[in-house]
Write a protein that binds this ligand. Sequence first.
Ligand code: E4P
Length: 214
Amino acid sequence: MEFFIDTGDINEIKTAYAWGFVDGVTTNPTLVAKSGKKNEDLIKEIAEIVDGPISAEVIALDAPGMIKEGTELSKIHKNIVIKLPMTKDGMIACKHFSKSGIKTNITLIFSANQALLAAKNGATYVSPFVGRLDDVGQTGMDLIGEIRQIFNNYGFETKILAASLRHSQHVKECAMMGADTATLPFKVIEGLFAHPLTKNGLDQFLADHAKSNK
Ligand code: E4P
């Protein structure tokens, strides 16, 4: 299973990447705005740190605009994945990029049918937003299971990139459902380390060591 960090914060990326199990980065216009940097500048900076897939989202809403913007972003580095919204124009751009061998991540996926359309158009990743479905009273994790079954039924190679994950339980459930990738905010990654028994156990080991070395 791939782990991406979902952030535009360079310090968070550097810290999490050093832990060794982070494979790539996802950004979105909200995260870029928070960083205070221009999209292209931020993506360049990230590409200098991380050797793995880096999703860079287009702002254009029309297919020609998405293709122009995505093509420019793809020139920044070989690891750039063009993030496109799940819209009719987004699907035209997705088809264009898959024919040109440029990787894509179709974002704002809220139904299995949307994921099916993206997979048919050759998307590299689909990003179902688990937490935002939970927010409106649905069980976001069900969507991961539905997409997994559909992709398995037809042998689609499109990867399920579970997004909008808010806590450790989401991460475990995604892994159990067979999501290929999970993109996680820094705080959620940090939460994966934590278990009270690990801390208690270590405190005890150190206390015993100190006693025996008096
Ligand atoms: C995914 O690519 C998105 O950037 C992200 O996971 C959205 O998460 P949010 O719903 O917490 O904003």
